[in-house]
Design a protein around this ligand. Structure first.
Ligand code: ZN
Length: 450
């Protein structure tokens, strides 16, 4: 791939151990790895490609720790606009049952384009329904095509309505088949090496859609192979009530009883995680994917992120699925995280820089990676460039870094993933966005009309 130099950055936000912000900063990349970071004057002046970042704030690529990309086909669906989690799911399950492989591929590619333009370079995706021949490969192929660093999670639902679960029986899978497919996916695709572009994690969907046995067996398999574990937990009051009624435990107690705590586990939401749960997660290194927009959209509540932060819980950000956050914008998610913590816990509950840290280092830690989330020698070459020339930043250049979070969420001008320029001049260069959006609209209409 050769060498790539990004130089003259207005500010280079490193997120390194000293949290340095370098004026007139530069990054020198060889192949897919960062070799040098510093002031432009102190770095090499030549490279195979040189990108001038004189109008930009340069950041480590943002990390999205929770998403359901297929849901980009069902944004703003009238039947699910004004419901809380369980009603919202029950309105959408019958629609999602019509998902087909071609729709899944197009939806994932579209969701990834949206994420890349918003500053995200690494994303997780939680795919937990596989109707009509859909496979995890449909999303993996989309990531490979677009050039995004990807943590594909093999989700699952196995407890249908007739067994006391929430989803319709027609959407659940047999548990032996789920485990067999999980094993196949890990053996085929999982890359545990540094700078990996693709990892697999196991992700039974939620306590109200899978059995305790499947939770335990998924944990055993994940640990055998050294892959991550991901699910939804303590999302809202109904979720907690289900756990108490069905298992006679809080969600955190249930997770612990199934072996679902540890640095290899990350739980989405945790809006209603209690003090015991926060302590447990801090002690065990268990991660949280905080999804503020979705939590507001479904009126789930305000996750105690400030408290988690004080206790040392690993917290990253997730945009969550596009049916519960109809705008999957990573920088926007950081902004909402900051604003929502302030609504809940006061004006000093989260600063702009803390929000950016959640979106970079926080996400990297939650996904179990030490090679992304910061710009430093030896890290993967993932960086994004935001221009501050737009009207949204007028009058905000007193503090360009804080402005990125306080002002309206901007799209990137340039995005580099694993040493490759994937967004250039504000356009994703690996897909034909116009054609893709036409296909996406066609798929969305077909899915909604059954
Ligand atoms: Zn979710």
């Amino acid at each position: 791939m050769g060498t790539l130099l990004v130089r003259n950055a207005r500010v280079l936000v490193t997120m390194d151990a000293q949290r340095r912000e370098i004026a007139d900063g530069a990054v020198f990349i060889r192949d897919n790895v960062i070799e040098q970071v510093g002031a432009s004057a102190n770095l090499p002046q030549q490279a195979d490609e040189v990108i001038d970042a004189g109008r930009h704030v340069v950041l480590p690529g943002l990390v999205n720790t929770h998403h359901h990309m297929y849901q980009s086909l069902t944004r703003a669906l009238p039947a699910a606009q004004d419901a809380e989690l369980f009603d919202w799911l029950q309105a959408l399950y019958p629609v999602w049952a019509g998902l087909r492989p071609e729709m899944l591929r197009v939806a994932t590619l579209t969701a990834m384009t949206e994420l890349l333009l918003s500053g995200c370079t690494t994303s997780s995706d939680h795919l937990y329904l596989f109707p009509n021949g859909c496979r995890l490969e449909d999303s993996i192929e989309a990531a490979q095509r677009i050039g995004m660093r990807f943590h594909a999670t093999r989700g699952a639902m196995s407890v249908g309505r007739s067994q006391g679960g929430l989803p319709p029986d027609s959407l659940v899978e047999d548990e032996a088949a789920i485990l067999k497919d999980s094993q196949r996916l890990i053996e085929t695709w999982h890359d545990s090496r540094r700078h990996a572009m693709l990892r697999i994690a196991l992700a039974p969907c939620s306590p109200f859609s899978v059995s305790r046995d499947l939770m335990r067996e998924a944990a055993a398999m994940a640990r055998h192979y050294g892959v991550g574990l991901h699910t939804h937990l303590a999302e809202n009051a109904s979720d907690v009530a289900y756990s108490r009624e069905k298992f006679n435990m809080t969600p955190a107690e249930y997770a612990e009883s199934c072996g679902w705590v540890g640095p290899d586990v990350w739980h989405a939401h945790c809006v209603q995680l209690d003090e015991h749960g926060i302590d447990l997660f801090a002690r065990t290194g268990t991660g949280v994917a905080h999804c503020p927009c979705s939590n507001m959209r479904l009126a789930s509540g305000i996750a105690p992120v400030r408290r988690m932060h004080e206790r040392g819980v690993a917290v990253g950000l997730g945009v969550d699925g596009s049916a519960s956050n109809d705008g999957a914008h990573m920088l926007g998610e950081a902004r909402q995280a900051m604003l929502l913590q302030r609504v809940g816990f006061g004006p000093d509950a989260m600063s702009a820089r803390q929000a950016l840290e959640l979106a970079t280092l926080g996400g990297a830690r939650v996904l179990g990676r030490d090679d992304i989330g910061a710009l430093a020698p030896g890290m993967s070459a993932d960086l994004v460039m935001f221009s501050l020339d737009g009207i949204g930043f007028a009058g905000a250049l007193h503090d360009p870094v804080a402005a990125l979070v306080f002002c309206p969420p901007a799209n990137v001008d340039c995005s580099i993933v694993n040493g490759r320029v994937v967004v250039r001049e504000g356009r994703c260069v690996t897909v034909e966005t116009g054609v893709l959006l036409e296909q996406h609209q066609h798929c969305a209409m077909a899915l909604a009309s059954g």
